[in-house]
Design a protein around this ligand. Structure first.
Ligand code: FAD
Length: 277
């Protein structure tokens, strides 16, 4: 099997201990020779320093880094200043997002409201310096008015200058292939990389899926639920299910995989090994 893209996503640790643990995780995952490591960014700038620190740590490891950038609640000037910092650090890869509105932060009058505006701003101010990654939702964004509306907004975001996309995680590969076909039929030709979520805990997965609109199929939900506190069985089933989805995606032509690691190497490593990386 040939792979074109492999990447791993982290969040900025809050403590020095977390930072040390993440350094170990990165070392373990480096062996799969990822194209890049990315680091999330709290909308409203809540993790600005932590994201910058994690990105610096990644670069010091000698691995390419892609900072996420969330524009909601931020001014154009703030975004430009942060992008200039990343440019000065030699970074060429950005994950451009709207982010989720933190309580107490409005859209503002001057600020950027949607990710397509951030993509446009990056192109306008920095030309082709950055490879711009955007988010895609095969099962549709939870706030979208309709599937059609969401697809139209995604196409608009691509037309603003995105180079590739990473999807929200999903457990139904058909939704991914349907989404890719649909946007390709509307002239979108950028690579759309499936985002992959390993399963470590049912309660956390259920909570997170509820928020981000990713569906856990009934059979999988009931099976995971039936294991209650038996985390070994939850992880074992999760590994089988997620590896099979990845295998299926790659066999049918997905251009790579992006793993939501949650700063842990164990399950992601096992999936990569099973896939033959
Ligand atoms: P948009 O593309 O702007 O879409 C948001 C919603 O608005 C959609 O419902 C869309 O249909 C609609 N919409 C889009 N454009 C318009 C328009 N012009 N007019 C009206 N409606 C419109 N969040 C973080 O805070 N930090 C992160 O680091 C982060 N990383 C992520 C990484 C990936 C790979 C993914 C998939 C998500 C990530 N998120 C992150 C979550 C993301 O920010 C949220 O899902 C957010 O709600 C939407 O972001 P977006 O960039 O997709 O927004």
């Amino acid at each position: 099997m040939s792979f074109t893209s492999l990447s791993f996503e982290f969040f900025p640790p809050r403590t020095e201990e977390g930072r040390r643990k993440l350094a170990i995780t990165r070392k373990q995952l480096s062996q799969y020779q990822p194209e890049y490591f990315s680091c999330t960014y709290g909308a409203g700038g809540t993790t600005r320093a932590g994201t910058l620190q994690t990105i610096t740590d990644i670069l010091n490891d000698g691995v390419a880094a892609a900072p996420h950038l969330a524009c909601i609640g931020a001014s154009r000037e703030e975004m430009i200043s942060l992008l200039q910092t990343y440019k000065d650090m030699g970074i060429h890869h950005i994950v451009a997002l709207r982010g989720d509105i933190p309580s107490g932060v409005g859209f503002g009058h001057q600020g950027l409201r949607y990710a397509n505006e951030l993509v446009g701003l990056i192109r306008q101010e920095f030309g082709d310096w950055f490879h711009i990654e955007i988010a895609a939702y095969p099962e549709f964004h939870p706030q979208s008015r309709s599937a059609e509306d969401d697809i139209n907004h995604f196409v608009r975001k691509c037309q603003a200058g995105a180079d590739s996309a990473i999807t929200q995680y999903f457990f139904n590969a058909d939704s991914y292939f349907w989404f890719v076909d649909e946007v390709q039929s509307r002239g979108v030709n950028i690579p759309i990389i499936p985002g992959i979520m390993p399963i470590a805990s049912f309660s956390k997965l259920a909570r997170f899926s509820e928020t981000c609109g990713a569906e856990i199929p009934r059979w999988l939900r009931l099976k995971l639920q039936s294991y209650a506190d038996d985390t070994a069985s939850i992880k074992a089933l999760g590994l089988d299910v997620v590896t099979e989805i990845c295998d299926n995606l790659l066999q049918q032509g997905a251009p790579g995989l992006h793993f939501y690691t949650l700063n842990q190497a164990g399950l992601v490593s096992t999936i990569c090994q099973r896939l033959g990386y």
